[in-house]
Design a protein around this ligand. Structure first.
Ligand SMILES: Cc1cc2nc3c(=O)[nH]c(=O)nc-3n(C[C@H](O)[C@H](O)[C@H](O)COP(=O)(O)OP(=O)(O)OC[C@H]3O[C@@H](n4cnc5c(N)ncnc54)[C@H](O)[C@@H]3O)c2cc1C
Length: 305
């Protein structure tokens, strides 16, 4: 893991926003579910829009790059670290509001907590999201989905920060697609989401429970990972293709193709980002040789590889 670099602009960001408790040369392994990654030049954990805009204004003033992350559950950060200020939107107090079938939630809130809250309060539509370890903002940015549900189906409007201004936008059909969204950094920063849910049909809690059992059975939750590594190819499944290429359990260094779910790469101990990248390239090539299909990464890469 590499850390120290010399760029005084980062010192300026750090020193001028000391009241927001920045960290210099912060290992990103501490902020990603993969538990992998070199250092961010400067790292902030923010739980308010005013702190967020203060940091962005300072970065813009000093011409310093910045990158927004949520809960770091879909990220692979380079071992060389990131030449940027990392701003992690972190939940302090959960910020929810229900009015009829409309559920309003801060982007910083954990998706699982939000899903659970809606079910506890007599709504359905987000029970599939329970167990996804991201933030609500990250879920909107990725159009997260599982078990036939996806954010797109229930997202009604978003509050975003774009070019220094805050907008509330009604979501259009074309704004979100399979694991992609107009409402994602660097296009914009999601601050809040409003979901149009439905009144519970009496089985929402049961469904949430069933999905949890399935997740526990099918996903290697004992090891750090970033969830599914590859997108689902048309009319096929990445895990199936990887398995058919004979790669289940294949490992490079501490990175292993999960023996439970072949579309997960797990960190079995001391995996580096390079180990994971090498494994990703090997999988892509071998799956292509075996099936003629090029897999495309779902996880986001940060830093130089
Ligand atoms: C064990 C495990 C299981 C998983 N299961 C699923 C699953 O079933 N379905 C699924 O879809 N995913 C799954 N994932 C992947 C991941 O949890 C989702 O993609 C999640 O939505 C990412 O949210 P995050 O807050 O962690 O985002 P991050 O990983 O922090 O960021 C992901 C991307 O979103 C952007 N982003 C984050 N927050 C914002 C914001 N507020 N505004 C604008 N852009 C933002 C970032 O810049 C980055 O490009 C799983 C991951 C793990 C580790």
């Amino acid at each position: 893991m590499e850390c120290a670099k010399k760029n005084s602009a980062y010192d300026d960001v750090f020193n001028s926003l000391i009241e927001l408790k920045p960290k210099r040369f912060e290992p990103m392994s501490a902020h990603t579910t993969f538990r992998i990654g070199g250092c961010a030049e400067v790292y902030f954990s923010v739980d308010s829009i005013s702190s967020l805009t203060q940091i962005i204004d300072k970065c813009n003033e000093l011409d310093v790059p910045y990158y927004i992350i949520g809960n770091g559950s879909n990220l692979l950060v380079s071992d060389k670290g990131i030449d940027a200020v990392i701003i992690q939107l972190s939940e302090s107090e959960p910020c929810f509001h229900i009015e009829g079938e409309y559920f309003t939630c801060s982007a910083m809130c954990l998706l699982s907590r939000a899903a659970r809250f809606t079910v506890d309060n007599g709504l359905m539509g987000l029970e599939w999201a329970y167990g996804i370890p991201g933030s609500v903002g990250g879920a909107v940015a990725m159009n997260a989905g599982a078990y036939g549900g996806e954010i797109k189906q229930v997202l009604d409007s978003v509050k975003i920060l774009k070019d220094g201004k805050i907008y509330t936008l009604k979501v259009q059909e074309s704004d979100l697609g399979y694991r992609k969204s107009e409402f994602a950094f660097p296009n914009c920063i999601v601050l809040e989401a409003v979901f149009k849910l439905s009144y519970d049909d009496g089985f929402a809690r049961e469904r949430m429970h069933e999905y949890t059992i399935k997740r526990n059975e099918k996903q290697p939750l004992k090891y750090p990972s970033a969830g599914s590594v590859f997108k689902r190819p048309a009319n096929n499944f990445a895990g199936k293709l990887i398995e058919e290429a004979g790669l289940k359990g294949y490992s490079i260094g501490g990175a292993q193709v999960s023996t439970l779910h072949a579309n997960f790469i797990v960190n079995t101990g001391n995996a580096t980002a390079n180990n994971v990248m090498e494994l990703i390239q090997t999988i892509k090539q071998k799956v292509y040789n075996n099936s003629g299909i090029w897999l495309e990464e779902e996880l986001k890469l940060l830093g130089e590889f």
